[in-house]
Design a binder for this molecule. Structure first.
Ligand code: S3P
Length: 174
């Protein structure tokens, strides 16, 4: 792919789809640095995502998330970037990711998401709710947004190595 967007691989998808763990493996295979928008927000603010939601609400977090996305994707280097599940909510974020990256949607099913979100820290949207119901609701709302931004849709397998392989094949064929 001669397109400069191919130098930046972006993983989008719902909470519990494996974006960060799969993204790290993809980055390692390709010898590119790995970034994660949630980590970037926590690193630059020095506080946790839970704390930001509590003090500034979801809107405050979204503002910081958008800033982090810009900082990360506009770096002058190849990279692999996993973004928080709600990054696609803002039109400006979708445009930014699409313009600068080759975007993979990790289209995990609800069972996979429920299995992988047992650890609730940094996922305040699920706290105190029935996880399956909330994840279903969020996916219904966001699935069209993930699809709108994606260059490629991958159904993650239980074996992370297979998911990585599928992404790399699609990437090389793009
Ligand atoms: C969110 C997903 C989380 C984190 C925040 C909000 C969402 O990231 O950004 O809790 O809106 O879906 P992960 O998708 O990495 O869990």
């Amino acid at each position: 792919m001669g397109d400069p967007r191919s130098e930046k691989i972006v993983l989008v998808g719902p909470m519990g789809s494996g974006k960060s763990s799969v993204g790290k493996l993809v980055a390692r295979q390709l010898g590119k640095p790995f970034y994660d928008s949630d980590n970037e927000v926590e690193k630059t603010t020095g506080v946790s995502i839970d704390w930001i939601f509590e003090k500034e609400g979801e809107e405050g977090f979204r503002e910081r998330e958008s800033e982090a996305l810009q900082r990360l994707i506009l770096q002058d280097q190849p990279l692999v970037l996993s973004v928080g599940g709600g990054s696609v909510l803002r039109e400006s974020n979708r445009a930014l990711l699409k313009q600068h990256g080759w975007v993979v949607y990790l289209n995990a099913n609800i069972n996979q998401q429920v299995r992988n979100t047992g650890y609730l820290s940094s996922r305040p949207l699920l706290a105190g709710k029935d996880r399956r119901t909330e994840l279903k609701r969020l996916l219904q709302e966001r699935d069209p947004l993930y699809r709108a931004v994606a260059d490629c849709v991958i159904i993650p397998s239980k074996r992370k190595a297979s998911t990585v392989q599928c992404i790399l094949e699609a990437y090389r064929a793009a």
